[in-house]
Design a protein around this ligand. Structure first.
Ligand code: ADP
Ligand code: ASP
Ligand code: MG
Length: 418
């Protein structure tokens, strides 16, 4: 029998009635003759609420204890969903991440899956059961419970699909696929039928939270097809790109085509000036210099940087707040130790356009910058990769700028930039 892994996000299981609808969709999948593994997220805003509660108790909550707390959300959801499936006559059993064999490194709050040993899941499938797995967490070799970073249930699902040899992994959400921009921000955004892993990963890393970036990376490594779909949409038919998004290996598009626009608001930028950085080859400081020390400090505090730019005497680093829960402490210590050279700017957001071969020429950079400047939006910095252009701009203008770049690159016909 073919194995199907389905993941349902927090909004899809936000209350008892939605939980029952998910149970019904699981049962329909089962009736089609598949073995079904269901990965479930915490209900609604549970994870946000638990983090807020932790911060009331401790402004810089201990990472291990935070993980112990956060997994409670997914455990509640797994048990309730299994009950709902049983209520519909299904034979189901729920498992935590560790019971499902999800082994991670020991980086609390932002752990990486190292391997999956899904023996118990396979045993229960062979007994004809539907297996419900709590998403977002695993267990380290030291038997510590870890979480996988925000949005990490997607990663649980893809990792499980790879370990079980599933045909595909369905990620079910409140939106029926990956759009050219967040449809809540850009009403004109369109669903994209097919995407390559690289494009999807860049969109996710740029802030399009419909799919988790680490999950897409995992899918790319293991060759798992992802079907992003709405929980309310039908089960995938012969062509799942007709009413959802299919992410898999795809032949490259016409180079230079922009497939999507994304933004990230929850970032701050660390600048260090006047350092002989020690990280670039013309430095005289083989031991790392001030910039090297700064990066070592950030690593000690598990601060994950997104874009690092270092020259002989200047360092710029964009930091995402997504999995940073001790920000107050990090900022205090940063000021105490590096106050003379380092400063934080906390007014900027990142605005990105994504597409294969997008920087084959500078046309797209020029086009985007021209559109932003024409609207009086100051560009504080630009970074590029082969799939992405990112403009750092004032956070307050981010949504308007997403709409502007969506008009410029997606709604309007491409015209040569003068
Ligand atoms: P879930 O709780 O199911 O994991 P998320 O809230 O993590 O769902 O992700 C779904 C949300 O992602 C959508 O409601 C949408 O507002 C947002 N989103 C951001 N960018 C995009 C995009 N490019 N395409 C689709 N949805 C997007
Ligand atoms: N509940 C976790 C979060 O809110 C994991 C997930 O939803 O994927 O980030
Ligand atoms: Mg999500």
């Amino acid at each position: 029998m073919s194995i199907v892994v389905q993941k349902y996000g927090g909004s899809s299981v936000a209350d008892a009635s939605r939980m029952k609808q998910v149970a019904d969709r699981v049962m329909r999948t089962r009736r089609e003759g598949h073995d079904v593994v269901v990965v479930v997220s915490a209900m609604g805003d549970t994870t946000d609420d638990l983090i807020a509660l932790a911060k009331q108790v401790s402004p810089n909550p201990d990472r291990r204890e935070l993980d112990m707390l956060l997994t409670a959300g997914e455990r509640i959801a797994m048990a309730l969903l299994s009950m709902a499936i049983r209520e519909l006559g299904g034979d189901s059993i729920s498992f935590t991440g560790s019971q499902s064999g999800i082994i991670t490194n020991d980086r609390h709050v932002d752990a990486r899956i190292i391997e999956v040993r899904p023996f118990r899941v396979q045993d229960e499938l062979s007994r004809g059961k539907i297996v419900v797995v709590a998403g977002y967490h695993g267990v380290s070799y030291r038997r510590e419970i870890t979480t996988l970073g925000r949005g990490g249930s997607d990663t649980t699902a893809v990792a499980m699909a790879a370990a079980l040899g599933a045909d595909y992994c369905e990620i079910c959400s409140d939106v029926d696929g990956v759009y050219t921009a967040d449809p809540r921000v850009v009403p004109a955004a369109r669903r994209i039928g097919t995407l390559s892993y690289e494009e999807t990963q860049e969109l996710a890393e740029s802030g399009a939270r419909v799919l988790n970036a680490q999950a897409v990376e995992f899918a790319k490594e293991r060759g798992i097809a992802i079907y992003a779909r709405a929980t309310s949409s039908p089960l995938p038919g012969a062509d799942p790109s007709a009413d959802g998004t299919v992410v898999r290996r795809h032949p490259p598009r016409l180079p230079g085509t922009v497939v999507g626009v994304a933004s990230e608001r929850d970032v701050f930028v660390v600048h260090a000036d006047g350092t002989r950085s020690g990280l670039v080859s013309d430095s005289n400081q083989p031991d790392g210099g001030a910039a090297g020390e700064l990066l070592a400090f950030l690593d000690q505090h598990h601060v994950a940087g997104k874009q690092l730019h270092v020259t002989a005497d200047r360092l710029t680093l964009v930091v995402s707040r997504e999995n940073l829960h001790e920000e107050a402490r990090v900022r205090e210590e940063l000021a105490a130790r590096f106050g003379g050279t380092a400063r934080i700017s906390d007014t900027l957001g990142a605005l990105s356009v994504v597409g294969t071969g997008i920087n084959a020429s500078f046309e797209n950079v020029r086009r985007g910058s021209a559109a932003l400047t024409a609207q009086g939006i100051a560009v504080e910095g630009i970074a590029t990769s082969s799939f992405r252009i990112t403009w750092m701009i004032d956070r307050a203008g981010l949504d308007d700028s997403v709409r502007l770049l969506h008009r410029t690159f997606i709604e309007q016909q491409m015209q040569p930039v003068p």
